[in-house]
Design a protein around this ligand. Structure first.
Ligand code: NAD
Ligand code: 0WE
Length: 266
């Protein structure tokens, strides 16, 4: 029997076929999970609807996670269509472009609040109304990045927001554990997505990752999808409050790999 047959997952954060959330959706679909999607704004509906329909989804709803009324509307539709569900996926981040360049010290109050609201608080905002609709054994997970732990040049306010998101995962895991609901994060290595394509020097970031991590390559959406499948399924039934790395080992390295070691010699 498929790992997720009879289960239902609500996925926030598909923008297009390159989205990490889409990699997760495909992995969950492969194991028999019924899927629902939210998208940000009309412009993205054109991209998200055909993807969602290709995996048989009938629940495709608009949601700006900065707007409580839109979140409420999502869950009233979810309650109507599904009643209860099993998996909640958060794959959303946003900071102003100007705050992902130059120095962190330049971050405005406004830019800080925006990044924290959309990228960190939103996990709490979409979790709270989900709780009464979640089945026992339910799983919630969010996407994060290593820039939360160590300084990653130009990640800036997003690094601070991801630190808040990861701490939030731990507090939510503590709150919801007694209800049998697990909360985790996946820390993914750099992947070329819409969110990444807006960043100057991202190509170099990918090259650097591939040259310096233990597996000497970048990671694929599909590999994040498989980690998501593990977190969504009973295979991870005693796992909660944790950050799980899907980064080709990058986070274990204290230093970059010296040039002469790159071609496999001792
Ligand atoms: P993406 O652009 O495909 O996805 C980001 C999503 O956030 C989009 O669907 C966008 O519509 C959504 N979003 C932004 N503001 C929103 C709002 N106010 N309300 C609702 N949705 C909103 O890019 P991605 O790289 O797949 O990003 C998904 C997650 O993965 C993010 O949390 C990101 O930080 C994280 N991540 C990305 C990488 C990477 O290198 N691409 C690495 C590690 C973690
Ligand atoms: O979380 C992210 C990116 C999130 C993101 C991307 C954008 C680009 C377009 C948030 N907000 C915006 N706002 C925009 O206007 N990643 C993990 C990918 C990423 O982004 C970086 C990175 C990496 C890796 C930015 C600087 C340095 C490294």
């Amino acid at each position: 029997m498929a790992l997720l047959s009879g289960k239902k997952a609500l996925i926030f954060g598909v923008a297009n076929e390159r989205s990490i959330a889409w990699g997760i959706a495909q992995a969950l679909h492969r194991e028999g999970c019924e899927l629902g999607f939210t998208f940000l704004g009309e412009a993205l509906e054109k991209r998200v609807r055909p993807l969602a329909e290709s995996v048989g989804s009938k629940l495709i709803l608009p949601c700006d996670v900065a707007a409580d009324a839109q979140i409420d509307a999502v869950y009233s539709e979810v309650a109507k269509a599904w009643g209860k569900f099993d998996v909640l996926v958060h794959a959303i981040a946003f900071a102003k472009k100007e705050d992902l360049a130059g120095d962190y010290v330049s971050t405005s109050r406004d830019g800080f609040h925006l990044a924290m609201d959309v990228s960190a608080y939103s996990l709490v905002a979409i979790t709270r109304p989900a709780v009464p609709l979640l089945n026992p054994g339910a799983s919630i997970f969010a996407l994060t990045y290593y820039g939360s732990e160590k300084v990653s040049p130009h990640y800036n306010v997003m690094g601070v927001a991801k630190a808040a998101l990861e701490a939030s995962v731990r507090y939510l895991a503590s709150d919801l554990g007694p209800k049998g609901i697990r909360v985790n994060a996946i820390s993914a290595g750099p992947i070329k997505t819409l969110a990444a394509s807006g960043i100057s020097g991202f190509k170099d970031k990918l090259k650097m990752a591939a040259a310096n991590n233990p597996l000497r390559r970048t990671i694929l959406q599909e590999e994040v999808g498989n980690a998501g499948l593990y977190l969504a399924s009973h295979l991870s039934s005693a796992v909660t409050g944790e950050v799980h790395y899907v980064d080709a080992g990058a986070n274990i390295m204290a230093e970059s790999v010296p040039e002469e070691k790159k071609e496999g010699e001792a």
